[in-house]
Ligand binder design. Structure first.
Ligand code: HAM
Length: 429
């Protein structure tokens, strides 16, 4: 097949069935998330997939994976400013908050969105170039109650889908000053061994050595084991410490299990204080099902005034993978209520008119090409329909149609109004 007829590696079609994500699984996951988020009063919004590249270059940070690994898809806007396919939604929602003056709305403004996200990563199982996230952000208030609520909402979404084996890993990344002190400590510890670090970690040594802690390179991890640096938690100032204790206390009060993970650092630079990830065995130790945290400095990184925020992103593909490993499958599409079968050419338009008259209250599908009643019946059984209506010359002569109840094996002649009544009753039952 010509490459023109193939999807781009790391991208995929959403089909009735299939990997890594089917359309019904996508829909079921989004519906479950929306049920939980809407019940919390979060407001659904959508932002464009295209944004100015600068928003993310500044937003996600120069030492984030997205920037370090050049994962952002950029394109020039007819020679004007550089655009990007969004590599994450958080910076875009902060942009939207400022652009639309949401600071005059009641605070905090709690938003959610879902849709495609783009990262030029090396694709593998659970890692795609176009993937999908459900994203929640609470903007305008720096209060540990919001962090605990965000974590709780995230866990409820997974639970609402029936996912069992989740693990919430929680940490505090401290305030910027705490992190500066910790980074200085790490730099001093690691610099004498710099030549043993992977190239990526070497490049992070200067700007953000914290990120070396979650390096995926075995040699980096061996060095860390040898040097066994103190955890970031030992460097938290009193304010970050108190904030973290509050988040943990609230989570305990809510009965949300979590583990404290001193190695958790997250792949984006904007986090302060609370950071967390949700993991699942079936997805692999290195890949999170979802992650989130507080980003009180992001708005200023974008050149706007201060705007505290906390939120999370759920990877829909990885969630589908975890669910299917636990034996879940999305609900099957509903069976058709009625199949309309024209028995001759003349009945074709009549069949379409009948379908039109009954939709959308009744799920009606057509057989477009006339065929013998036996063949039509076979087709209706294959589609698991409840009823089939035959339209042919006899029916035309009487101004009626023949309706067969496929569950009961009964057949009768009906007028259109009788049919509508009959179907409405069985449809409700
Ligand atoms: P993130 O950790 O970069 O955070 O992504 C969130 C989730 O998206 C991941 O845990 C994972 O499930 C999924 N994900 C990320 N990259 C890929 C990929 N290449 N293929 C498949 N799934 C992927 C954020 O994006 C933050 N904006 C989350 C956030 C919201 N923080 C605060 N508010």
């Amino acid at each position: 097949m010509g490459s023109m007829l193939r999807s781009v590696p790391g991208t995929f079609d959403l089909l009735p069935q299939g990997q890594p994500l089917s359309e019904p699984a996508f829909r079921a996951i989004v519906q479950a998330a929306e049920a939980v988020l809407q019940a919390s009063g979060a407001i659904p919004v959508a932002t464009p997939i295209l944004e100015y590249a600068e928003l993310f270059q500044r937003g996600v940070g120069v030492t984030s994976d997205i920037v370090v690994r050049k994962e952002m898809y950029t394109l020039s806007d007819r020679g004007e400013r550089l655009l990007a396919l969004r590599p994450e939604p958080t910076a875009a929602l902060v942009r939207a908050y400022h652009e639309h003056g949401m600071k005059v709305w009641p605070q905090p403004v709690r938003l959610y969105t879902y849709g495609p996200i783009f990262r030029a990563e090396r694709h593998q199982r659970g890692r795609y170039r176009q993937f999908h996230q459900i994203d929640y952000e609470a903007l305008g208030l720096s209060d540990p109650l919001l962090d605990a609520e965000a974590i709780a909402l995230m866990v409820r979404i997974y639970q609402h889908l029936g996912l069992r084996q989740l693990e919430v890993r929680l940490a505090s990344l401290g305030d910027p000053a705490d992190r500066q002190r910790y980074n200085a400590y790490l730099r001093e510890l690691l610099a004498p061994h710099a030549e043993r670090l992977s190239p990526e970690s070497q490049s992070r040594l200067e700007l953000n050595p914290l990120r070396i802690l979650d390096s995926k390179s075995d040699t980096d991890q061996a060095l860390l084991e040898e040097l066994s640096p103190e955890p970031l938690s030992a460097f938290l100032g009193p304010a970050a410490q108190a904030f973290q204790e509050a988040v943990e206390r609230y989570l305990k009060a809510l009965g949300i299990p979590f583990v404290y993970d001193p190695k958790l650092v997250r792949g984006l630079d904007y986090y302060v204080r609370t950071a967390w990830e949700v993991h699942h065995q079936g997805v692999g130790a290195k890949s999170a099902l979802g992650g989130g945290g507080r980003y009180d400095g992001l708005s200023e990184m974008l050149g706007a005034g201060p705007l505290p925020g906390v939120g999370f992103g759920i990877g829909i593909e990885r969630l589908a993978l975890a669910l299917s490993q636990e034996g879940w499958s999305p609900p099957a599409p509903p069976r058709p209520d009625l199949i309309v079968a024209p028995l001759d050419d003349e009945a074709r338009l009549e069949a379409l008119r009948l379908a039109e008259a009954l939709r959308p209250e009744i799920r009606v599908e057509l057989l477009y090409t006339p065929r013998a009643p036996g063949k039509a019946l076979e087709e209706a059984l294959k589609r698991k329909a409840r009823f089939i209506a035959f339209l042919g010359s006899e029916e035309r002569a009487k101004g009626e149609l023949t309706l067969r109840d496929l569950d009961r094996g009964e057949q009768r002649s009906l007028s259109l109004s009788q049919l509508r009544e009959h179907l409405a009753v069985t449809h409700q039952a």
